[in-house]
Write a protein that binds this ligand. Structure first.
Ligand code: F1P
Length: 340
């Protein structure tokens, strides 16, 4: 309720946050799996809305790499469990490496990650019933948007009026997400297209590229269908060779400044007989047609679009998994906390 209050927003990250955030000139984000995709979205927000440079890397690589630390860098880890071994190791390696401070965006208050970090933002998603992260992801995105707003505010980098606008949008988020969830029948219908498929491609542009990556990961994790995510503009650099009628191509198309570019990528897919499944803004001007299945999304604010457009992709993997009879909550070869 008090989100709009500048001090409340910054102090949500801990009592020392105001002093530390004022010194931040760079952000380094480290995470694994779904949490890594949340970090990738945050890079677009931080750099796009505040101009603060941001790097994002998977913990399993970062932990073994000799890193040149940017001056005045905030080291941010993201983890549902707070016990992921690679993420913890990365945090431990970062200590003494010259970072300004560490911040954990985490769902478990008693976790090692929270205990060992200077600042914490709890996602309060409640316990995840399934092994594959779902609500952890959307709540991490909200936490990362709050971080963007807090840093933007401290450094006076946000466009006039944007903060109030986004705070209002965040307040409306729960009921708006309810509207997106009510599309589930349409998503269930589209899932039938995947019943006999072995490979899929997920495409996204800009901030929607990590959303496509998350959609592909969910499908892999719970339905065991091979899924690759590509930035839509990279299609022509190789992967187009894979596209034919056996390869469903999933994409998200909010009404943003990259829409026209995305549409031309979708034409490249159709020209090769690829089946398109598009979650599109009503205003995007995309329509159902031969080999093209459009699921219409309610209008949403462009900045929050990654949060909204994740939901139909999560629902899609759920319905595909149910259709194929795989165990949605306990998928094979996946642990809730990867502690080795
Ligand atoms: C990271 C992660 C999850 C994934 C699964 C295995 O976990 O890769 O994204 O869905 O649960 O672990 P965490 O660090 O966010 O707890």
């Amino acid at each position: 309720g008090r989100l709009g209050d500048a001090q409340v927003l910054v102090e949500a990250f801990g009592p020392q946050a105001a002093e530390l955030f004022a010194k931040v000139r760079n952000v380094q984000i480290i995470a694994c799996g779904t949490s890594y995709h949340a970090g990738m979205v945050a890079r677009y927000w931080l750099e796009g809305l505040t101009g603060i440079p941001c790097q994002v890397e998977v913990a399993s690589e970062f932990r073994y790499r000799k890193v040149a630390v940017q001056p005045d860098s905030l080291f941010v880890t993201i983890s549902q469990s707070g016990e992921t071994a690679d993420t913890l190791a990365a945090l431990r390696n970062a200590k003494g490496a010259g970072y300004l401070a560490s911040l954990a965006i985490c769902n478990v208050a008693t976790s090692s990650l929270v205990r060992e970090s200077d600042l914490t933002l709890l996602t309060n998603a409640g316990p995840e019933i399934g092994v594959a992260s779902t609500k952890a992801f959307t709540t991490q995105l909200v936490g990362l948007l709050l971080l963007t707003l807090a840093l933007g505010q401290v450094h006076k980098r946000l466009a006039p009026g944007l903060e109030a606008e986004l705070v209002e949008e965040l307040r409306r988020l729960p009921s708006r997400l309810g509207e997106v969830l009510s599309m589930e029948k349409a998503v269930e219908k589209v899932a039938e297209l995947f019943a006999e498929k072995h490979h899929t491609l997920f495409l996204g542009r800009g901030v929607q590229y990590p959303v496509a990556m998350e959609g592909a990961l969910k499908l892999k994790e719970i339905s065991y269908i091979h899924a690759e995510a590509y930035p839509a503009g990279e299609l022509k650099h190789g992967p187009l060779a894979l596209v034919d009628s056996d390869m469903p191509v999933v994409t998200v198309a909010p009404n943003d400044e990259l829409l026209e570019k995305l549409k031309s990528n979708l034409q490249e897919v159709r020209a090769r007989g690829g089946q398109l499944i598009v979650f599109a803004a009503e205003q995007a001007g995309l329509e159902d047609g031969e080999g093209t299945h459009v699921v219409s999304m309610p209008h949403c604010h462009e900045v929050l679009a990654p949060i909204y457009y994740t939901l139909p992709l999560q629902l899609l993997s759920y319905y595909v998994a149910v259709l194929r009879g795989t165990d949605v909550d306990q998928p094979r070869n996946l642990a809730k906390s990867v502690t080795v």
